[in-house]
Design a protein around this ligand. Sequence first.
Ligand SMILES: Nc1ncnc2c1ncn2[C@@H]1O[C@H](COP(=O)(O)OP(=O)(O)OP(=O)(O)O)[C@@H](O)[C@H]1O
Ligand SMILES: [Mg+2]
Length: 376
Amino acid sequence: MSVKISEKALDHVIDDMVEVVENSKDEIFNISEEARREHDHLVLELKETKEKVLQHIENGDKLEERVRFSRKRLAEVSKYFERYSEEDIREVYENTHLMQTNLAILRQEEKALRDKRDELERRLITLTHTINRAEGLAGKISVILNYLQDDFRQVNEMIENAKEKQEFGLKIIEAQEDERRKISREIHDGPAQMLANILLRSEIVERTIRNGSMDEAISEIKSVRKMVRSSLYEVRRIIYDLRPMALDDLGLVPTMKKYVDSISDYNNIPTEFSIIGEEKRLNSKYEVAFFRLMQESIQNAIKHSEASQIQVKLEIRRNSLTMVIKDNGKGFDVSKKKDKSFGLIGMRERVEMLEGELHIQSSLGKGTAIIIKVPY
Ligand SMILES: Nc1ncnc2c1ncn2[C@@H]1O[C@H](COP(=O)(O)OP(=O)(O)OP(=O)(O)O)[C@@H](O)[C@H]1O
Ligand SMILES: [Mg+2]
């Protein structure tokens, strides 16, 4: 699998998306504010209209009462018309008529007001819906923003990690090849050459014996023996580098002790090893992992830290294994990742495989501590 999107490019895309979504959020906010203003305005208008409707009903009722009264009077005037002048009758008649007309107008206005009131109420309901929807949308957009800002960046990180792992895999293959080359060279230059030499010398010994010079033969045999011994030493060193047999034979703790001693001697850096808890054999998967983790941590301290002291602490508990490798060197910026550096990545990988945790505490000038905790 090839990961083509680089972290930077993806960050850019996310930033753009965040901007667009943020603008939309502002727009929705504006829409919702406008709707709210309109809503408040409508509420006021509705209140006024309702008051007017009440006023009209009241006025209408009063007027109706007066019309009724006026009509009664008109009936009376009409019945006893001999008692009233023509003038009086017309006045009553016209008055009644006028009031009836006014009442009709009033009732019509009242109906118009009622219609307006109903319309306002309908618009208010729609507007409330709009406001609610805008608010819901704003909430959803906030969720999207969160996704973009947190979860999406996490995806970004995951892609970056995947890329790192892929590079790590390639590095492993490369390292394997390097290791084979190194071993074949070491065997070629060391034991193989020595064996060839020994073969040659043994022929010389044979010839010397045939010639009867025993003393010379004995001294030759002594030098052959020396050569055999150093070949043996070389072969053992190569084997140890490949995988300390002590790890399988004696277990983690003695092998670690041996390693720390030899490395301390060789590099002239006091290196301390201490163990807490019961010293016992562990599942070989864990023994190998912890040995390699310690090896890489110490190698790093020696290679990079310029420390004058290194400490290794191993704690074996019933349910967990903890190891701390500490140096008093110059420290480094943990957040900065180096290209072509795979030691720490490999360590994380190993710890992850054992479902454990690895923490690095380091600050410039204050040394480094690698803390590894693995459930067991
Ligand atoms: N104990 C330490 N003190 C100071 N710097 C350190 C220490 N451990 C690691 N570093 C820094 O972190 C970097 C990464 O370490 P890492 O082991 O991943 O790679 P490396 O040692 O450079 O190469 P590799 O392990 O692949 O041969 C180192 O190059 C070094 O700068
Ligand atoms: Mg390293």
